[in-house]
Design a protein around this ligand. Structure first.
Ligand code: GDP
Ligand code: K
Ligand code: MG
Length: 298
């Protein structure tokens, strides 16, 4: 603790949806704390993951994808992505090696021009390209910004991730250990439980519903027998989605509940009884009070 050379700082991870920000964070932190999905915008809140070594601590902010707001929720997500850029010590701008530089990337790059701290270009998913294709990709971004470093990585397989962390640590200021070494996230269990349930819905229903599902964890209580009783509601935007989520004779809801329960049990390290309800609240995305209740707004 009294190591005068201890390095620490807050690092924001920004990038278009699905470039692999959550996958990267999960690899670095080594625990399932950020939801992963093929669909855009499944990460609605800023997630902090804390990476601690003997001589450094990096507090990561996983931000929602930055894109044109479609509703109040969209614009809130954008705000929260941008507010993550204040009070940070470095930024990782992540792009995907398998997608061309687009309007979304340019939008973020423009915002990053205002950042006075080191900004890294991280080219993810290199496991999906041939080595010859890497240089042309780097060229398309090279002059866009004065990068502190350019790192081609595979968040999925781990290539070059340690090298990136080592370089990043060098650029961080000397500072305190903000969190205990065994703390990996400061998000309340409620939030993580909600994210795990949401993840299962996306995985199992294959519906384009990223905007229309909210999870309200109403109760987490440990019973005398040590079993954790969780009561949560899946809040849908349209009546038509109810059938999909519930399924024939409740089969889908049961599946969602079973898979989510297993993950939550792993996370909490205890047996869980998960009680899931489905509610339809038309237009919840544009209702400020509902957003507030669910923790999306302050
Ligand atoms: P985010 O929206 O930026 O947080 O992206 P996610 O972490 O949710 O990843 C989106 C999708 O890309 C998921 O299906 C991941 O498994 C996949 N993905 C992430 N990183 C890699 C990688 O390094 N290689 C490959 N092949 N797929 C990846
Ligand atoms: K995602
Ligand atoms: Mg994500």
């Amino acid at each position: 603790m009294d190591n005068p050379n201890f390095k620490s700082g807050f690092v924001a991870i920004v990038g278009r949806p699905n470039v692999g920000k959550s996958t990267f964070l999960n690899r670095v932190i080594g625990q399932k704390i950020a939801i992963m999905s093929d669909k855009a915008q499944t990460t609605r809140n800023k997630i902090q993951g804390v990476y601690t070594t003997d001589d450094s601590q990096i507090v990561f902010l996983d931000t929602p994808g930055v894109q044109k707001p479609k509703s109040q929720l969209g614009s809130f997500m954008e705000e929260s992505a941008m507010s993550a850029l204040k009070d940070i010590d470095a930024v990782l701008f992540m792009v995907s090696a398998v997608e061309k530089r687009g309007a979304g990337d340019n939008f973020i790059i423009n915002r990053l021009k205002e950042v006075k701290k080191p900004v890294y270009l991280v080219i993810n998913k290199i496991d999906r390209i041939s080595p010859n294709d890497l240089l042309p990709i780097m060229d398309t971004y090279k002059k866009a910004l004065n990068w502190a470093g350019v790192f081609p990585i595979s968040a999925l397989q781990g290539n070059n991730v340690d090298e990136l962390l080592t370089d990043l640590t060098k650029h961080l200021p000397t500072g305190p250990q903000y969190y205990p070494a065994d703390q990996v996230t400061d998000h309340p269990e409620r939030f993580i439980v909600a994210e795990l349930i949401r993840e299962k819905i996306f995985q199992l229903t294959r519906q384009e519903i990223p905007y229309s599902v909210a999870i309200d964890v109403e109760k987490i209580r440990t019973n005398e027998d040590g079993k954790v009783h969780i009561q949560a509601s899946i809040i849908l935007d349209h009546d038509s989605q109810k059938g999909i989520v519930i399924g024939r004779k409740g089969a889908m809801l049961k599946k969602i509940g079973t898979l989510a329960r297993k993950d939550i049990e792993d996370l909490l390290g205890s047996k869980v009884f998960l009680e899931l309800w489905v509610k339809v609240q038309p237009g919840w995305r544009d209702k400020s009070s509902v957003l507030k209740e669910l923790g999306y707004k302050k």
